[in-house]
Write a protein that binds this ligand. Structure first.
Ligand code: GLU
Length: 456
């Protein structure tokens, strides 16, 4: 059977991490099975949906590199289709118009609450044949009595829900928009979706969607309801307990592959392996290796995954991502290699490469003060004289050797030389190791920066 999957976000805010992970699982599963991946925007909640949020979602997916074969299909552009099917359901006796006002429903809910009962729509209009003119109505589904609704979940096995726990749920609202369960089931059947992978918070919706599939005479897809992502406090992940948006991560210097890798590993595993390339994830992803237990979001682990990917990234690629110019004379590869080893994110990496951007380094007052004593000046001057012994700074080993013999000769400690030298050469306290810095900038720039300092 051809694999066809979909990612179906509602544009009611920026993409939360649970949704991103759902997109990733669908993406990996589909690419692995050489299937078709569809993007569908579920914007039938008129009040909560916004264009802003839709654009944010599309931007985030693009930035993550999660690409689609079809779509985005926008549900609000397909309203006629849902309305026609709802009317057809009415004609066939599968659904009915309900003219109950929201005030009446509110009253029923309140009295149910007073009696400590769960509110259930009392089917008032289910068998009525009158259609009061000029009144708003919704269309409700005629939920069958005492019917076992069965479906298979690849992670949870056979599931059976008795229809008596459901009420006659609304399929078309009075504003003419479909409800989520209705439009989702219609689209999933019309788009021939073979597999639905989504959060377990949708388990209770699935039984309603199966009823719609049955009424459409369509076979439901195979379901996989993945466990939720929880915060460290074990409650559902939200802004309050650490969740961030994709835009936040982008601003904080996290690579798209780090997010994909980290989130894919939350709830899926392949032995003990933690770091994966995208191709590896596509090759290895398997629904059987998903875990049922909830995953705990841990930002420090994401940070570790990010620094691991930064180390692995090709320099050519990194230069593009950093959008940074290097001063002529800098050994760019050496600079990137040294910076990658230490950086925890792209912001730190960029900061640590500031000394490679232009000929001049700028020093703030605090830095200037720390290097303006007579002792420091003498030490730097002496080190400069010592450095003249080396013709080339190409080899880091040579510089290390030079430094060690200088420290011995002058009876100085490493930090007495390295600290001021780092400031003079880079204008920064975060940068690669001092030997690497000297080698990266090379003899000519080294001499210029030192002389400029000595002339201050
Ligand atoms: N629009 C739904 C959501 O964002 C999609 C759920 C589904 O995948 O069916 O939660």
């Amino acid at each position: 059977m051809d694999i066809i999957t979909r990612f179906a976000p509602s544009p009611t805010g920026s993409l939360h991490l649970g949704a991103v992970r759902t997109a990733i699982f669908n993406y990996l599963f589909t690419r692995k099975n050489k299937g078709k991946f569809i993007l569908r925007i579920e914007d039938t909640d008129q009040e909560r949906s916004s264009l802003d949020s839709l654009n944010q979602i599309l931007d985030s997916l693009r930035w993550l590199g999660i690409d689609f074969d079809e779509g985005p299909y926008i549900q609000s552009e397909r309203l006629e289709n849902y309305r026609a099917i709802a009317e057809e359901f009415v004609k066939k006796g599968l659904a009915y118009r309900c003219y109950m006002t929201s005030e009446e429903i509110q009253q029923l809910k309140e009295s149910a609450q007073k009696e400590n009962k769960v509110y259930k729509y009392p089917r008032t209009w289910r068998d009525r044949t009158d259609n009061p003119p000029g009144l708003d109505y919704v269309i409700r589904f005629k939920t069958p009595d005492n019917k076992d609704i069965k479906f298979y979940d690849t992670l949870r096995g056979n599931i059976n829900i008795n229809s008596d726990v459901l009420d006659d749920f609304i399929i078309l609202k009075s504003d003419g928009y479909p409800t989520y369960n209705f439009s989702t089931a219609i689209d999933d059947s019309e788009m021939n979706i073979s597999n639905i992978i989504r959060g377990e918070d949708h388990l209770s919706n699935t039984s309603k969607q199966i009823l719609i599939f049955n009424s459409l005479d369509k076979t439901p897809p195979t379901f996989t309801h993945v466990s939720m992502i929880l915060g460290k406090d074990k409650s559902k992940l939200s802004k309050r307990n650490g969740s961030k948006s994709i835009e936040d991560f982008k601003k904080e210097g996290v690579l798209p592959i780090s997010i994909i890798n980290y989130l894919a590993r939350l709830g899926w595993s392949h032995g003990d392996q933690e770091i994966f390339t995208l191709d590896e994830m596509i090759e290895l992803f398997n629904l059987d290796n998903l875990t049922k237990s909830p995953a705990i979001y841990d930002e420090s682990k994401l940070s570790w995954v990010n620094s691991s990917h930064i180390k692995n990234i090709e320099n050519k690629e990194l230069i593009k991502i950093l959008e940074m110019d290097f001063f002529h004379g800098i050994d760019v590869n050496q600079a990137l290699n040294a910076a990658k080893e230490k950086a925890k994110d792209l912001l730190a990496l960029k900061e640590s490469l500031k000394f490679c951007k232009s000929e001049e380094v700028s020093l703030d007052n605090e830095m200037l003060e720390s290097i303006s004593t007579k002792e420091v000046r003498e030490t730097i001057n002496d080190f400069y004289v010592e450095s003249l012994k080396l013709d080339s700074f190409e080899k880091v080993e040579d510089i290390k050797h030079l430094m060690n013999s200088f420290l011995d000769k002058k009876n100085l400690k490493m930090k007495q030389v390295a600290l001021p030298l780092r400031i003079i050469l880079t204008g920064s306290k975060v940068s690669p190791g001092i030997y690497e810095i000297i080698s990266i900038i090379g003899k000519e720039i080294f001499n210029r920066r030192i002389k400029k300092y000595l002339e201050l």
